[in-house]
Write a protein that binds this ligand. Structure first.
Ligand SMILES: O=C(O)c1cc(=O)[nH]c(=O)n1[C@@H]1O[C@H](COP(=O)(O)O)[C@@H](O)[C@H]1O
Length: 244
């Protein structure tokens, strides 16, 4: 298998800035400065620091994934998507469980915004990577395998005009088979060898995820909770550039 360059590897890593304030997030950004990775802002930071922090990331040239996982009635999601697109982010997500009309409404919201240099990539969360097979069947009450559900959601998202899905690395091959190679996969649940599982359930190492053909991998605590965040990120990039 061909190795990828350091810049390509860094561009595949989406660092999850799960922090309670912009100042905490800024400390991490300072530690990893100069490494051209993608930045993910989730609900903890967004609810605390709002659109201005996201806009400041864009002004500094970062690629930004705004992860607010919208799941509401179509009209509300359409409005939310228009507001998010207006921030100039590169990617955002909705829950596929909201259904095809809701996902189509998200796309309508994006298209309603005039003057965007480039529209954001819109992706759908399938089954959260914290969900296990047993939990999905017995607690949530969805029958069949997690992979079946993920594929069903991915096909629904594709039909609704979305660009890709969030899933675990284990489902990437099946998603690409069902929806085509250009349908993007964004995979959290990434754990370097020996890293704590935390609340994740369906996981893989960075190099294993890359071998599955994932487009982007979302990584939070293995970097943000490390004693040396920069060293942790560099070691992940090293693993990606030297995989066989
Ligand atoms: O949409 C997401 O980004 C997401 C979906 C999912 O199924 N699982 C998941 O972990 N995430 C996010 O990915 C990040 C993973 O963080 P760590 O578990 O700390 O690596 C968190 O910010 C989650 O909110």
């Amino acid at each position: 298998m061909t190795a990828i360059t350091k810049a390509d590897a860094a561009g595949k890593v989406m660092v999850a800035l799960d922090y309670p304030s912009a100042s905490e997030a800024e400390k991490l950004l300072e530690q990893i400065s100069g490494i051209p990775c993608y930045i993910k802002v989730g609900m903890q930071l967004f609810y605390a620091s709002g659109p201005s922090f996201v806009e400041s990331l864009k002004q500094r040239g970062f690629n930004v994934f705004l992860d607010l996982k919208m799941h509401d009635i179509p009209n509300t999601v359409k409005g939310g998507a228009a507001s998010i697109a207006s921030l100039g982010v590169d990617m955002f997500n909705v829950h596929a469980a909201g259904g095809s009309t809701m996902m189509e409404a998200a796309m309508e919201g994006v298209h309603s915004v005039n003057g965007l240099a480039k529209r954001p990539t819109v992706i759908a969360v399938t089954q959260l990577t914290s969900t296990s097979q047993q939990m999905m069947n017995e607690e949530i009450g969805i029958q069949g395998t997690v992979e079946d559900t993920v594929i069903r959601y991915a096909q629904l998202a594709k039909q609704a005009g979305l660009d890709g899905v969030v899933a675990s690395p284990s489902e990437v091959v099946a998603i690409k088979q069902a929806c085509g190679v250009s349908f993007q996969t964004i995979t959290p649940g990434i754990r370097p060898k020996g890293a704590a599982l935390n609340d994740q359930s369906r996981i893989m190492t960075p190099s294993e995820a890359l071998k599955q053909g994932t487009d982007f991998m979302v990584i939070g605590r293995p970097i943000t909770a490390a004693a040396d965040a920069r060293a942790a990120l560099e070691s992940i990039i090293e693993e990606l550039t030297s995989y066989e």
